[in-house]
Design a protein around this ligand. Structure first.
Ligand code: AMP
Ligand code: GLY
Length: 424
């Protein structure tokens, strides 16, 4: 099979690495790709995943059999609808159509969906920009901390959590008057849930069958001890010790299965990944958010543990026969430590020359580019250092060893990835 993988992050490098191991993989193209994916397949730097016509033309002229869509933005804009409509029924498209991607594209929709399907989540109310006064009055009636969420996609920056009422009111006014553009025309105000977060991933087919992938824990804040602003993710660990069998059973019965039933009840045939952002709230798993794609950097720890041919899974997904898939996970622990540019998630500089040891170690490239024989930094999140071990301690030691060996000006990383899970 010829594959076109869309995206350019660490998630896509990990996907390319896994797809390339498949016995079905013939040609692998990554658009636009990064310096890591260039070592595995053929990058197509000029192909922008948001230009659906150009993507379709590439699919046709390169006899692509399967398109895997990494990031959410093209999905929310409807790339899967377009490729399915014009690419022919044999084209495998991994990623939901617009009506499915709205689970991530609109927080207001996802809250209404969860409410209608009795899926455990934080209590909420939604307000539009013409309801500013009602929204401010509502804040007066609830207890802190205040969780404010822009309805639409805001590149991971659309959630604001405030402890003070005045600060919350100011943020709410800013959001409803256009701080995130169209994305914050509607704002969800949500009950604050205490607890440890974790992420669960499935691949599902149009008939509502699904396979469960390994779960993971992400570290979202820039600073040690979970301080400072949110980032795309500074590290990840899989498996998550507190997610035992009974917790996973509860996730399946109260969250995954009602979600799939809710989708089919609305006539939405969903083919692709669903990422459930969850919180362990006093032993009860609740949904913080849905995403219509895999996580980054979670993918960099779940795919190395997945003992199955990924393209086989995509073929079964396309046939609507995912119930036939046998999926097993390695019992090893996988950890990843993300190296980022100095200043991220605020302003940072690009084009710093990099030294990356040449070895078999799993360095998954995120924001990198390769020019005239040299790797350069090319983004906020630069490189994910993934390692496997029999214990979390062993895996983390190896990830940190890898992190130390890489060099670039301004290299920044958290030293406490996985510390909260040690010894458990
Ligand atoms: P989201 O983009 O919805 O995943 O939110 C970003 C982050 O904000 C989450 O990973 C949580 O750490 C935090 N968060 C979101 N909603 C809540 C909530 N209701 N209670 C507590 N923390 C939350
Ligand atoms: N790591 C969180 C995300 O991919 O949204």
């Amino acid at each position: 099979m010829n594959i076109l993988l869309l995206g350019s992050g660490g998630r896509e490098h990990a996907l390319a690495w896994k797809i390339n191991q498949s016995h079905l993989c013939q040609k692998l193209f990554i658009a636009p790709g990064n310096a890591g994916t260039a070592q595995i397949g053929t990058n197509v730097p000029s192909l922008d995943p948001m230009y659906f016509g150009a993507v379709l033309q590439f699919v046709k002229s390169n006899h692509i059999d399967c398109v895997v869509i990494g990031p959410e933005a093209p999905l929310v804009e409807g790339i899967a609808d377009y490729l399915k409509q014009y690419g022919g029924e044999n084209l495998i498209v991994v990623g939901p159509t617009k009506v499915g991607a709205i689970l991530e594209g609109s927080k207001d929709f996802s809250k209404r969906f969860m409410e209608a399907n009795h899926i455990p989540t934080a209590a909420y109310r939604s307000f539009t920009s013409i309801q500013i006064k009602d929204a401010l009055d509502y804040l007066d009636t609830i207890a802190p901390p205040y969780v404010l969420k822009a309805d639409g996609l805001a590149a991971g920056k659309g959630v604001i959590i405030c402890t003070g009422l005045e600060e919350a009111k100011k943020s709410l006014e800013e959001m409803l008057s256009g701080k995130f553009g169209k994305a914050s025309n509607t704002v969800v105000i949500e009950e604050y849930l205490e607890g440890a977060e974790f992420s669960v991933f499935i691949l599902t087919d149009a008939n509502g069958h699904y396979v469960l992938l390994p779960e993971a824990k992400d570290y979202k804040r820039i600073g040690e001890g979970d301080t400072g602003p949110n980032t795309g993710g500074m590290g990840a660990v899989s498996p998550v010790p507190f997610v035992d069998n009974s917790m996973m059973q509860a996730v399946r019965k109260t969250i995954i299965e009602p979600t799939l039933k809710g989708l089919s009840g609305r006539g939405i045939s969903y083919e692709g990944f669903i990422f459930f952002g969850l919180i362990n709230h006093g032993g009860v798993p609740k949904v913080i958010e849905y995403n219509c794609r895999l996580g980054d950097p979670e993918t960099e720890v779940i795919l190395p543990r997945l003992e199955v041919d990924l393209l086989d899974l995509f073929v079964k997904m396309h046939q609507g026969k995912l119930y036939e898939a046998q999926v097993s996970f390695s019992p090893d622990v996988a950890t990843t430590v993300m190296l980022v540019s100095k200043g991220y998630p605020g302003k940072y500089e690009k084009r710093k020359p990099m030294f990356i040891p040449s070895s078999d170690a799993l360095y998954f490239h995120a924001g990198t580019t390769f020019i005239d024989g040299t790797n350069y930094t090319n983004g906020g999140r630069v490189l994910a250092c993934t390692a496997l071990g029999e214990t979390i301690e062993e895996a983390l030691d190896a990830s940190y060893e890898m992190a130390e060996q890489v060099q670039f000006e301004g290299k920044t990383y958290r030293l406490d990835i996985g510390q909260d899970l040690m010894g458990s």
